[in-house]
Design a protein around this ligand. Structure first.
Ligand code: AMP
Length: 116
């Protein structure tokens, strides 16, 4: 399930430190090291899948748990009422840089649209 060469798998195992803000049996959430908004947290499944679509194919209930964890993070960070954005960058044009499924939780300011 874990890929020893995957950065986010190594955060799940604790080999690489991260500022973890939320954890469940199947998910971990930690602050992005290059925040793009006042709140910028990544929610990942503990199991290794290369992107969100692959996670749905492998285990759809875990994607639901990732989304639920993202909302729990938004509540804990005080942005659930003001609003927030969930982003799942996928592939090169989607600007995906880490190939372990993850959802960005962004908030604390008004998000622009369309995205860059
Ligand atoms: P993406 O471009 O959608 O694949 O997002 C990957 C995100 O992971 C980027 O926003 C990076 O800033 C973030 N990131 C990369 N390495 C780390 C790390 N060690 N700890 C926290 N965030 C990271």
């Amino acid at each position: 399930m874990a890929d020893p060469d995957c950065l986010f798998c190594r955060i799940v195992t604790g080999d690489i430190p991260a500022d973890i803000v939320h954890e469940t049996d199947t998910t971990v959430a930690f602050r992005d090291r290059e925040p793009q908004a006042p709140v910028h947290v990544l929610v990942i499944p503990k199991q290794h899948q290369p992107n969100a679509a692959a996670l749905v194919e492998a285990d759809p209930s875990v994607l639901a748990e990732v989304i639920a964890a993202a909302h729990d993070v938004a509540v804990a960070e005080g942005i659930a009422e003001s609003g927030y954005r969930l982003v799942a960058n996928t592939g090169a044009d989607g600007h995906q840089s880490v190939f372990h499924a993850h959802i960005h939780v962004l908030g604390g300011r008004t998000m622009g649209w369309p995205p860059g």
